[in-house]
Structures are given as C-alpha cells and as structure tokens.
Design a protein around this ligand. Structure first.
Ligand SMILES: *Cc1c(COP(=O)(O)O)cnc(C)c1O
Length: 358
C-alpha cells in the first residue's frame, strides 16, 4: 500500500483489533473445538427448509423476516415489535451501537470478554472502556457500574455467560447492577449461550428486560440452534429501540435460506434441546475430569470451558495440537475449549495425565 492509499483510510482504522476466528484443526481428520459451535449438523427438517428456500434465491429475502419474527415472538412470549433480526448477533450488536452512540461516546464492557466488542465499538466510532474481570473470572459489575457513572457511558454490555470464561452473574447481582446504572445508559445483555445455562441463580435476561426501558437482550441461532454458518441473530428491545435499529441496519442481511432454516430450527427446538442437554452433561463431566487431574477450570454455564494459563495448560495445548484438536488460546491468559465431539474430549482427558506431569 502506498502512502496515498493510506490517506484514503479512516484515521482510526489502526485502532481496530482484528477478529481472530477459531482455527480449523491442522489435520482434516482432526477436531475443531475452537469456535463454540455445535458438533452435529442441522437436523433433516432444517436442511429441507433451507434447501426449499434455495429455489427462490433469485428473489430478495423478506426484508422484515416476518415469519421468523412472528415465530420468535411466540417462542419467547414477547411482542413481535420488540424483535429485530440480523446477520448474526454480532451484526445486531453493531447496529445497536450505531443506533444509540454518537462519536466518542463510551461503551463499557468487561475484559476479557467477547472479542467482537472492541471492534464493533470502534467501527461505530464510539470509545471502549474495558473493566477487568474479578479474580474468579466473572464480571465486576460494581466496577462496571462505577465506570458507567464516571465516563457518563452511553452503553454497557454484559456478556452472560461470559465468553471466553464461561462464568455467569446471578439474578441479585444483575438486578442491583441494573438499579445502579442510570436509565440514560443502554444495558445490552449478550445471552449468546443462554440455552446452556443450568444454574437457576443465573437470570433470564428477557425477564429482567421486560419492565426496564434501557435493557436489551441479544440472542443467536449460531450456538445452541447450531446454525453458525447461516448467520442469524436477534435483539429483544423496547419498541422505540427496535425501530431505531431497523433504521440503521443494512437491508436484507438475513438471507431467505437463513430465515427458512431459523424458522425450522425453532420448530425443531424440542429435539435440539436434547442435544443441548447432552452437551451440558458432557461439559460438567469434562470440568470434573479436569479438576480431578488438578487442572483449574472455571465453572461454566456455556458450551465451552476456560482454563486459566498455567504450566499444565501449556502442556495441554501441546497435547491437543499433537492430537489434531484445535482449541482457542488467548495469549498467556488462558485456553477456551468447546464442548464438541465426545471423542475429542475423551482424547484430551486421556492425554491429561501426560500433560499434568509438570
Ligand atoms: C458466538 C457469540 C455471539 C454470536 O455471534 P453470531 O454473530 O450470532 O454468530 C455473540 N456473542 C457472544 C458472546 C458470542 O460468543
């Protein structure tokens, strides 16, 4: 790139971190436990619906995704006017920020949390304020509320359960946080992993959002519903905000194939929930195995586990690489392992005694 070309770029482009996607395994026969995906393909009904929609791929999709929005409304028992869908919940998050922030407005979130947050904040020309996690790898909600006040923040994002640590905040904690945050600050509850939550103390964001005018919930079809490749996510928001998001969003970001698949996925949810239940059992077993071998793993409410960095984890990462298993490493902070194929998790468990020999 010549100097002239660089002058064409926006000034703050260098500030944008790049999204690091989970890598595929090195060998094609390996396992990918690096992107928190569901390890099984969509069920026949979902495939059939998606294939059916292909037949009218010459036409633009339904711009308001009417059927999907209506089915979601009854699935979640909320009014359809509160729902906005988009090309993945990352896209909806960016649209939310573009709807509410002016240049330089502060957006508070925990760190380490979901790596898209600093990116979509900068893209929206807002300024990120990162609040370190507590020693137990959970959100420091008191410090986050304080940061909101100190910076007069426009938005605060709570990732519950948190990616990549799998930890969650409880209902009383979140309720007092919502009390402390002024209503002129929008609270975004990112519940990408809501369906994997088994601890009753972890609140359903939709219930908390119901009577609060400044709370919005983000959910996705990418994780529990197993449609990461089709890109569908949504927000449940107050209707004035949902309307604002529709004003800024790019038209047609949810393809007709994705809409049809998502509708079918909602119908198939009772069966899919069984798969989610198996993943949750496997998660708890895997954490128990790790603990039994003396490896620290945070208690997870999602479909992945977080192993804070340690000499044992260094050995574990090497063992995974030898086994053809890709996991997601975050520098020297820790490693996130998706609860994917049982064979892969068994292989890791078997390899552990070697890894644990410090
Ligand atoms: C995976 C994930 C998302 C979902 O992203 P999509 O764009 O819907 O695929 C959102 N938030 C968090 C925290 C995630 O981990």
């Amino acid at each position: 790139m010549t100097h002239q070309h660089l002058q064409l770029l926006r000034n703050d482009l260098g500030l944008l971190p790049r999204y690091v996607a989970g890598r595929p395994p090195r060998a094609s026969a390996g396992w990918k436990l690096s992107s928190n995906e569901i390890a099984v393909p969509p069920c026949d009904d979902v495939m059939l619906a998606a294939r059916g929609a292909l037949a009218s791929a010459n036409r633009y999709p339904d711009i308001t995704a009417t059927t999907l929005v209506q089915r979601l409304a009854s699935h979640l028992t909320v009014d359809a006017e509160h729902i906005v869908v988009g090309g993945g919940s990352i896209a909806v998050l960016q649209e939310l920020l573009q709807t509410v922030t002016d240049p330089g407005d502060r957006v508070v979130f925990a760190w380490r949390s979901y790596e898209a947050y600093p990116i979509v904040t900068r893209v929206s020309r807002a300024t990120p304020v990162e609040v370190p996690l507590l020693a137990d790898h959970r959100h420091d909600l008191a410090a986050m509320a304080e940061a909101v006040r100190r910076h007069g923040a426009r938005v605060v994002i709570v990732c519950n359960p948190n990616n990549p640590t799998g930890t969650a905040v409880t209902r009383p904690e979140l309720e007092s946080f919502l009390e402390a945050v002024p209503t002129r600050c929008l609270v975004i509850l990112d519940e990408a992993y809501r369906e994997f939550v088994t601890d009753d103390a972890v609140p359903d964001g939709l219930e908390l959002a119901r009577d609060r005018p400044n709370v919005v919930v983000l959910r996705t079809f990418s994780k529990a519903h197993g449609l990461a490749g089709l890109r569908v996510g949504y927000a449940v928001a107050p209707s004035w905000l949902a309307d604002g998001v529709r004003a800024v969003s790019l038209p047609f970001t949810v393809s007709s194939v994705a809409q049809a698949a998502a509708v079918a996925a909602l119908e198939a949810w009772p069966k899919q929930r069984e798969i989610v239940g198996e993943i949750v059992c496997r998660r708890d077993e895997f954490v128990a195995v790790l603990h039994a071998r003396g490896v620290e793993a945070t208690p997870s409410q999602a479909n992945f586990v977080w192993l804070p960095w340690s000499p044992v984890v260094v050995a574990l990462v090497e063992a995974c690489s030898d086994l053809g298993i890709s996991v997601r490493r975050f520098g020297k902070e820790g490693v996130r392992i998706t609860i994917g194929e049982p064979e892969a998790l068994a292989a890791i468990s078997t390899a552990l005694p070697l890894g644990a020999a410090r």
